[in-house]
Write a protein that binds this ligand. Sequence first.
Ligand SMILES: Cc1ncc(COP(=O)(O)O)c(C=O)c1O
Length: 173
Amino acid sequence: MPRYPHRTVKSLVETVAQTIGVGADRVWLGCGSTEILHLAVLAFTSADRALVAGAPTLRIRSARRRGLGGGLSKSRWMRASSRPRRDRPAGCRAGLVFLCNPNNPTGTVIGAATIADFVGRVIKASPETIILLDEAYHEYVDESAYATAIPLAMQHRQVVVSRTFSKVFGWRG
Ligand SMILES: Cc1ncc(COP(=O)(O)O)c(C=O)c1O
């Protein structure tokens, strides 16, 4: 018998969906969130659709292989997004904006209102850009201004949130 995981994956997807309060059709599992980040780079970036990320942040290895440096800092992106159309830099046609919250390696936590504002600005300036919010360290945050961006992902087709079992759930004792 082949040992494909289809049956168990279905119940895992349903459990995850129920836990985070979304439909099962909105959940995609990867081999670690690394795979999800990798697929996002492959799907949404190209030579003329840049990866935009703050610095320093998690390095997505596939992005380096594709020569997508990104490197436009979040604050520059935010300023760039509010400029008049003719004056906008190439980053405004980005394929993928990667925002790690809490950020690795700085531990910086961005509050929910700021994230919502940022997402709104990016979508307004560049509606085809996908915004990937990496919440690998979500479970460790105790700042009251922070909240998951999952509701934003339910609201906007451009928003993807990644989570992982490998951090707070990864301890084997
Ligand atoms: C912020 C962040 N996102 C994603 C990952 C990838 O984790 P995993 O592939 O184990 O889900 C890591 C790994 O350290 C990380 O620090």
